[in-house]
Design a binder for this molecule. Structure first.
Ligand SMILES: [Ca+2]
Length: 144
């Protein structure tokens, strides 16, 4: 497959990164998790961004640090609603790359915290949140 084909379905207002093959857009608005998910999914092949490895996380952090952001999390793809501690991506596969911040998954109960976000106060490491708060979010369009 040619590179130009890989990004052929990346919308103009999204940013394409060849190295990670991610096509993403950081939202300007704030929504709760389900509304953010729906908004991202309103585009064909769209959804909250699924981060599967360090390279992809690095690219997202690089994009986030280009902006001036409020000290609030950004929603990304992944939920452990079905089985505590097992985060599942929008493709139905388990997310094994989980770079937790210093407070998440530690000493407080996390049963009710089922959604992944990036925590700007800790270099955009992962924080599990309950999904009810309106935050900014990161959409992707998956390559065809
Ligand atoms: Ca949980």
């Amino acid at each position: 497959m040619l590179d130009r084909d890989k990004k052929s379905n990346c919308p103009d207002d999204y940013t394409y990164n060849r190295k990670t093959n991610l096509c993403v857009k950081i939202s300007a608005d704030i929504l709760n998790f389900n509304a953010a998910k729906s908004k991202c999914e309103s585009l064909e092949n769209g959804g909250l961004v699924t981060i599967r490895n360090q390279n992809q996380h690095d690219f997202i952090v690089q994009e986030l640090t280009k902006m001036s952001n409020p000290p609030e999390p950004f929603y990304i793809d992944g939920t452990d609603e079905a089985e505590e501690g097992k985060f599942i991506g929008k493709d139905g596969k388990e997310i094994t790359y989980l770079y937790w911040d210093s407070i998440s998954q530690m000493d407080i109960p996390h049963e009710a915290l089922n959604f992944l976000s990036l925590n700007p106060t800790e270099d955009y490491k992962y924080e599990d949140v309950d999904g009810t708060s309106a935050y900014r979010y990161i959409c992707e369009v998956v390559s065809k």
